[in-house]
Design a protein around this ligand. Sequence first.
Ligand SMILES: Nc1ncnc2c1ncn2[C@@H]1O[C@H](COP(=O)(O)OP(=O)(O)O)[C@@H](O)[C@H]1O
Ligand SMILES: O=C(CO)[C@@H](O)[C@H](O)COP(=O)(O)O
Length: 501
Amino acid sequence: MTAVVLGVDLGTSAVKVSAINKRGEVVAQASESYDLQQSHPGYSEQNPEDWVTQTTKAIRELLKQSEITAAQIEGLSYSGQMHGLVLLDEKNEVLRPAMLWNDTRTTKQCQEITDKIGDKFVDITGNRPLEGFTLPKLLWVKENEPDIWQQAKTFLLPKDYLRYRMTGNLAMDESDATGTVLLDIKSGQWSKELCDELGISLSMCPPLIESIEYAGNISDEYQELSGLSTDIKVFGGAADNAAGAVGAGILSSDKAMVSIGTSGVVLKYENDTQKEYRGVVQYERHAFPKKFYSMGVTLAAGFSLSWFKKTFAPDESFNDVVASAGKSSIGANGLLFTPYIVGERAPYADVNIRGSFIGIDGGHQRYDFVRAVLEGIIFSFEDLIKLYQQNGADFDTIVSIGGGAKSPLWLQIQANIFNCKVVSLENEQGPGMGAAMIAATGLGWFTTLTDCAQSFVHYGKAYYPVADQAEKYQKIYKLYQQVYAQTKPITAGLLEQRRSN
Ligand SMILES: Nc1ncnc2c1ncn2[C@@H]1O[C@H](COP(=O)(O)OP(=O)(O)O)[C@@H](O)[C@H]1O
Ligand SMILES: O=C(CO)[C@@H](O)[C@H](O)COP(=O)(O)O
């Protein structure tokens, strides 16, 4: 009987469960999606119960479709969408829908934090107070939903809630906890100073654990629901970008990671907290104990493509829509797209900016628009790559993960725009693989995550920049760079007008 671990990747669009053996081979996978509620501009919520129901469905499906039995599964861990606020009452029941990482209603609370704490906030947390993070969401509920706030006894992040429902134990791992911006990034402890200054009781903050730390066994209750065995050991897990970096083998500063999920991320490994990005990019504790990473986030990367597909090609597959961009040319026949369709986080922290297509011509076809979307997303990453290069980054390889890495055309566009070698993983499930690696290391199959990476991380095809195409893209990128500043006042005015409707 071959032993396996389960990696549960709780994304924004879907949960993906992967069973992985001791050689790091994916032996079974199942996925279930859930909805995102966006009732007003800037609002983005999910129902935590949907995560539990859909994860359970995916686990049952995996057991049904594959040869794997519950007895073969020795351990389980998680990768989770970051920052989402799950508020619980004294019975650990959910008080309101979860406010997600791309929910940007909290500008006022961010300003209040800045007014009270000033520059010290970055010194403590490694980050600026931005709308997507958990702390401003806590303050929003406190100010706008006092009845709910009164009942709130603790808060969790999405995958921590799922872990709670599978084990019965409350905990948050340090890598995800940094993303709340209530953690002292250097000590890895909740910041009493911030809690006191901002009127949040320290007792609301859940117990902290490391990513590879044992967090309990599958509970009797969850065994009933899922068919999993109560012998399965569950480990802390990590923020999806930390888990993605583990699964992509980002263990040193010569490699960077790009992830196209619902969001988009450019991520760099950091040995310590000495780099001074002053919050322009995020600084987070890693799943590797006492290590760190920094990252810049494009709020709507995969989301821009899925919005386009849903709106203009609802009956076609992602593969077909993306492949159609091959009929267009470099630069989408003179069409530019900026992916700011839900605002932006880095390098422009601006919740009011919105996206645009620039240069629409009577001759443009739908495939030019698809190409412009694919290219615009990668130009937004190039803004971050350039920022890292200006800060002395020395990576020579970019590992590309997430749903966007399924497309060879898009991977080649990445290599050309970044003018750098881009490699994919054999299996594009970087965060799911990272979650499984955390379980494998927690179980003691490997001494460290680094040892585990040597066996588990398998790179797939490499994409190299094509010189004349890379050159064309650098010229177009210079035009792209002008769009933010020039469209800022126009899109802010349009948003104002939309909000008043
Ligand atoms: N065949 C495909 N080719 C390229 N991109 C794709 C394809 N299928 C899905 N995507 C993109 O991948 C995104 C989802 O990626 P995923 O990593 O699963 O996201 P999340 O973890 O946020 O749920 C979608 O928003 C879509 O833009
Ligand atoms: O906000 C961030 C990171 O700071 C996002 O990256 C979320 O963690 C969601 O990730 P995906 O569902 O897009 O993978």
